[in-house]
Design a protein around this ligand. Structure first.
Ligand code: SAH
Length: 291
């Protein structure tokens, strides 16, 4: 108590009450971190990064003297002990995670011990590899009258799938499937798609190291061919499998156009568009209105 009352400046107080920021580092290209995430890295006293997937370049903006540690050989417990210790010494501690921290990122397992230790946490979202893979391949994950739904999933590896979530069951919806963590189980993926009624000619795209400068590979195939094509391309890790009835739409001769941009379609913002601030015509607002 006595020592505490001697702390007079904000700086001194905050150094003993640091916050752990879970920051999405993006899919690989260091420039795909958010502006907010980068600003936190630039001010961090300590950074724990997921070395197996996050390019070390993601830490290139760390300030001099910042403690930077790769978590690839650490257990979850070692990581939380380290984060708690650092948060008691630094105002800003960053846990850099690949893509978005809320997808297959052990976020909650790390947040719980911090909560228990009374350490504040905040999450900064990131560009998921699912988004980066679709972007790399110039694909839209939704298309009018084709599919309006995207499922993020994986096939069962060491982590069991909850009931009702087998790929075969999910694939029966014939929506877009972004399949994480499954490139070494491609046979199971194509088997499940086939069992769910997908044609052997249905397109599948695999993006390896989406957005990684100089390392990205895109393999296009079908349910029947994709496994062999990936084998030929020696793709065995860090890949997103996208199976979707939207794939290849860039080359379709006929496309059902989005109602939003159809000149015959009237909606709240179309009438009097000349006087409406175009900034108000955001896809989110407008599609909610037209759906
Ligand atoms: N939170 C991450 C996913 C972590 S799980 C995200 O939002 O992207 C790791 C899996 O993500 C990998 O097995 C792979 O399926 C996918 N992945 C991560 N980075 C990738 C990249 N650059 N390109 C393609 N797939 C990637």
């Amino acid at each position: 108590m006595q020592a505490h009352s001697l702390l007079t400046t904000t700086d001194q107080l905050t150094t003993v009450a640091g916050k752990v920021w879970f920051v999405g580092a993006g899919p690989g290209d260091p420039e795909l971190i958010t502006v907010k995430g980068r600003a936190l890295v630039e001010k961090a006293g300590a950074i724990l990064f997921a070395g197996s997937l996050v390019s070390e370049a993601a830490t290139r903006w760390a300030p001099p003297g910042c403690l930077v540690l790769d978590s690839k050989d650490m257990t979850l417990e070692q990581m939380s002990v380290w984060l708690i210790k650092q948060a008691r010494q630094h105002e800003i501690v960053v846990r850099l995670q690949t893509g978005d921290p809320g997808l297959y990122g052990a976020l909650i397992e790390l947040v719980q011990p911090l909560d228990a230790a009374g350490i504040a946490v905040e999450v900064i979202p990131g560009v998921s590899s699912a988004m980066a893979s679709a972007a790399a391949a110039v694909e839209s994950l939704t298309l009018p009258e084709v599919t309006q739904t995207v499922i993020f999933t994986r096939v069962e590896g060491r982590t069991p799938m909850p009931e009702g979530e087998s790929l075969e069951e999910l694939a029966k919806h014939h929506t877009t499937l972004c399949i994480f963590l499954s490139i070494t189980l491609m046979g199971r993926v194509t088997g499940a798609l086939t069992a769910a009624g997908w044609s052997p000619d249905a397109p599948v795209v695999v993006v390896h190291k989406a957005s990684w400068p100089g390392e990205e590979k895109i393999v296009r195939g079908t349910v029947a061919t994709i496994q062999a094509l990936c084998r030929e391309a020696k793709i065995v890790s860090q890949s997103m499998i996208i199976a979707s009835p939207t794939l290849g739409a860039r080359h379709w001769a006929t496309l059902a156009k989005s109602k939003l941009y159809d000149p015959a379609f009237t909606h709240r913002f179309r009438r009097g568009i000349a006087v409406v601030n175009p900034d108000h015509l955001t896809p989110t607002t407008a599609s909610q209105e037209t759906s």
